[in-house]
Ligand binder design. Sequence first.
Ligand SMILES: [Zn+2]
Ligand SMILES: [Zn+2]
Length: 431
Amino acid sequence: MQKLLKPRGTQDILPQDQKYRDFIWKIFEKKMVLQGFEKIETPIFERAEVFARPIGENSDIVQKQMFEVSRLGSSKNDNEEKLVLRPDYTAGIIRSYLETGFSGAPQPFKLYYAGPLFRYERPQKGRQRQFTQFGFEVIGDSASATDALTIYTVWDILKSLKILKLCSIEINTVGCELCKPDISEKLQNFFNSFKKMLCGDCKKRINNNNPLRILDCKEKTCQKIASSSPDIIDMVCENCKTHFSETLEFLDELNVSYDLNPKLVRGLDYYTRTTFEVVIKNVKERQSSLAGGGRYDRLAKTLGGKKTSAIGMSFGVERIIEFLKENNIDAPETSKPQVMLIQLGPKARKKTLKLMTELIKKGIKSFIAPGKESLKSQLHLADKKKIRFVLIVGEREVFDKSVIVKDMERNSQESINDGRLINKLKSKIKN
Ligand SMILES: [Zn+2]
Ligand SMILES: [Zn+2]
């Protein structure tokens, strides 16, 4: 039979890559717990409306990139509610926040999450159809200090990941509910005069009255035109201006380095006020960002809740892993066995099995291959798996109650009595 392959735009996350995920996750989770965040998980699929309303009916994500979920073989029924794989985490979290009544709980409500998202895109470097995000949301708080603390947390995590110096945190404000329509109109007028030169997508953006998106277009001509467009910061209302300058003041106070990018918008309609993105420094072409986020004070309303101030951010896990590897930043080994047990003969097998259970009880990571018979094949396996200590048990070791401990790195070995084995091993592992 023909071998089946994984779908386009997906990846198997193999054992050798797990250490990078663990590395990022441990740092991320620690920072979350230290700041009083609590973990939430929401369904991988939701009603399409959950995303269409806040992200924007005319956005690329909603128009072209959502995977529909339906029962295999079911006939299309237009009245049926459409379900989709989540292309975004935040909208689902706010749906849950409103549905479960957390909006009545003391605020701010601080949540963190981790999981896969799905977008139907052309797969390329740093962009897959299934990808993972680690992120957090602070719901029910409008203070500019919260914006600063959010960006500080991103900065702090990048520092712990040892990639801060290679990255730049770009910040902008995109205005609030009150001034965004005005900004939109001014940009619409500006881009309208260049309409003929814009790419097909951007022409549509003008027709859909969504000129902010043009600032985000990757086409060279569009970027060139956008670079001479009026800066958003000069068009926002006084309240937004104050909120933004306070945010920057707090960041200076916290010694967080950032770069202002007056053209930064993010590809989702729900953002208001502070937006930010973590990009790689000194690259010719702008690549997909490692992390990003912003304030979204209007989102809850689009999902039928009352106006709720909130801000959040997320890390693109695969993108960061790729970046760590490109820069030869290694993640600590977490799952490698410390000890391998080698048995020679049936009596020895019995003894090594018993020994294995004792080792794992004492927290020593152990590996055994009971199906292998010869010393050579078992040593070969230990070598392949880069296991440092090998415990060899033959008929003789069964008889005189001992074990041969071989240090594969130092190429030395000694015979140790059963009674002293565990303590001896523990001190060897430490050195
Ligand atoms: Zn405003
Ligand atoms: Zn364009």
